[in-house]
Write a protein of this length. Structure first.
Length: 156
């Protein structure tokens, strides 16, 4: 995990796999002065049903291109970015995830997966809402980026 020199953007490079399926993505996050949070990624994924995170995807973008895309979103937001604590970058990143989880649980979209409230599991209501959002929300937006399907990802 990295933070930009101005402390306004956290950059997480995520890589993993499960049952032969590999996941590689870069996620950029900023918290805005008005309380909203922006997330930009180069790979589609689970949307935010809570309203905490305003998520956008620039398919297969390199880190520099994704950072420019993210900074443009900050400028267009009508608010300025709030600086993150450089001494707790991972905690700041995870705090945004916790805020999402708390709202999901409060809305009946998820339940806590452990007694420490560190992970959630979607309920049937949350799963159906996620499918609807994926198919009709983010999926429709990604059709506009179909020309980016064959852009090689960094490290590929």
């Amino acid at each position: 995990m990295f933070i930009t020199e101005d402390r306004m953007v956290i950059v997480a490079v995520i890589s993993g796999g499960f049952a032969g399926a590999k996941l590689k993505k870069t996620v950029l996050r900023s918290r805005l002065q008005d309380g909203r949070a922006l997330e930009s990624s180069d790979n589609p994924g689970l949307g935010d049903l809570s309203g905490v995170m305003e998520r956008a995807v620039l398919l297969n973008a390199g880190v520099h291109e994704l950072l420019l895309f993210h900074r443009h979103r900050i400028e267009a937001s009508g608010s300025s970015a709030a600086p993150f604590n450089v001494n707790n970058v991972e905690g700041e990143f995870e705090r945004l995830d916790l805020e999402k989880a708390e709202r999901w649980v409060g809305a009946g979209l998820a339940r806590w997966g452990d007694p420490g409230h560190t992970c959630v599991r979607l309920t049937l209501k949350g799963s159906l809402a996620n499918i609807q959002q994926s198919l009709f929300g983010e999926g429709a937006k990604l059709n506009e980026q179909s020309h980016r399907i064959n852009v090689p990802r960094a490290g590929s």
